[in-house]
Ligand binder design. Sequence first.
Ligand code: HEC
Ligand SMILES: Nc1ncnc2c1ncn2[C@@H]1O[C@H](COP(=O)(O)OP(=O)(O)OP(=O)(O)O)[C@@H](O)[C@H]1O
Ligand SMILES: [Mg+2]
Length: 495
Amino acid sequence: MRDIRRFKIASFIIVTIWLTAITISMLFNISNITKKQNKLVLEHAKNAFEKDLMFRRWVASHGGVYVFPTQRTPPNPYLSHLPDRDLTTTDGRKLTLMNPAYTLRELMENFSGMYGEKGHITSLNLLNPKNKADEWETKVLKNFDKKRYTEFHEIYNYKGKEHLRYMKALKTKESCLKCHANQGYKVGDVRGGVSITIPMKEYLKDGFSEKKFIITVHLAILLLSIILAFIIYQKLLKSLQKDIAQTREIQRKEKILNQQARMASLGEMLANIAHQWRQPLSIISTSASGLKLSDEIGTLNKETLYSSVDGILSSTNYLSQTIDDFSNFIKDNKERVEFSLQENIECSLKILQGNIKAHNINIILKLEKDLMLKSFPNELTQVFINIINNSKDAFNENDIEERYIFISTKRKDKRIIIKIKDNANGIPKDTITKVFEPYFSTKHSSQGTGLGLYMSHKIITQSMGGTIQAKNVSFIYKETQYKGAKFIINLPVLK
Ligand code: HEC
Ligand SMILES: Nc1ncnc2c1ncn2[C@@H]1O[C@H](COP(=O)(O)OP(=O)(O)OP(=O)(O)O)[C@@H](O)[C@H]1O
Ligand SMILES: [Mg+2]
């Protein structure tokens, strides 16, 4: 459940990042187009201004040009102070002088450029009221006067449509003074300015188709990635769900396995208790019936009474002792504790004592002293019980007469090595690789579930961080050759 939630959150984050990236890319591209477009219009406006300026300069450099006056271009009243404003040609036709601003205005009023750009020459101190500045131009001209800037542009809603408006100051030059000196200008003063107004429509049209392209591409990527992400998401989710179901199934099986193993070892323990109790119980009953008999035949004296009661007492003591041992072992200890390996082995043998005696098994110990472990003592005891019980079964199955189990412990560097071997002829070659598998047993189902060594392996490797292996060995003991199984357990030492 938690895995699925984590997966969903991760997917959500990835998709969000992806969507954000696409959106940012789209906005970035669109704003780039807008920027490019604005730069282009501005460039255009500057060119137009430059062209007008050139033209004006050309006219100014000639001190104005003469044209045939028409109705639209009558002689300029503002030049009436010039004696040579009007001329007559040799064939009697009239000519009139046109000043730069006049020519430019004429030009600008009649011919606008390819993109509909318009220029306007204007000033705050007008000679000709026709040249009056509009609201925007007035604002810019005022700023020219305040020396805030000499050039200004803005995207401006002009007559209900988006326009770029550009304006640059016109400085008074020597050549201007001929006609403008009487207004009090000196060389270098801002005489006025020329504004260029370009409708954005054409540019917007171009930009719009570019933006449309960018948006289409991004939407396509978006759609594609959403579809792809959805498919991948579904697939991953399904496989994750399958995985989780599988691990759950494994956990369920493991739980059953553990329960079965526990039941099996409880059964074995019961058998052990039965063996261990047989002797003290028979002592108690013979002592009791002996007492009764001697009382009936009148030979009961203090001495026999005391010795019988002592026997009964020590036997009940022994019984309660064994109960303590078993219940200690049965206790579920989930915490690692420090314990002595020797004591642990001795305790395991005590629990098995009944079986060992009943089946005539000789235990030969070679234990190194002071080997300490920090682990789960009861689980280790369970391993010893499993291994020794297997040897017992093998002795019986193979009708072995002299029965030996050798247990040795020693320390090697940072490891503790425990070896347990018997002389019960060993494990058949074709089964030795399978003994640690769950449910592998060569015994009748009433005798073995095949879980003993599986559990032992699990305890050693998973709980205690060690290793366990099974081998067949042949060896000589007391001048006799024997064959048997050998289990080698390797555990990390506690420093
Ligand atoms: C031949 C005379 C003459 C010369 C040279 C001349 N101007 Fe003018 N200028 C005029 C007249 C006349 C007007 C106003 C009438 C019109 O608009 O036709 C005018 C108008 C202007 C205007 C428009 C504002 C207004 O007052 O109506 C500006 C700006 C201007 N001139 C700047 C200049 C500059 C800068 C120079 C020098 C590069 C220059 N002029 C040279 C005669 C001249
Ligand atoms: N000391 C041994 N000598 C010979 N064969 C052995 C010895 N120990 C284990 N085996 C073989 O390994 C098999 C698996 O042992 P394991 O303890 O896992 O299961 P089991 O004894 O058959 O059943 P369970 O222990 O669950 O009652 C045994 O059936 C037996 O064939
Ligand atoms: Mg077993």
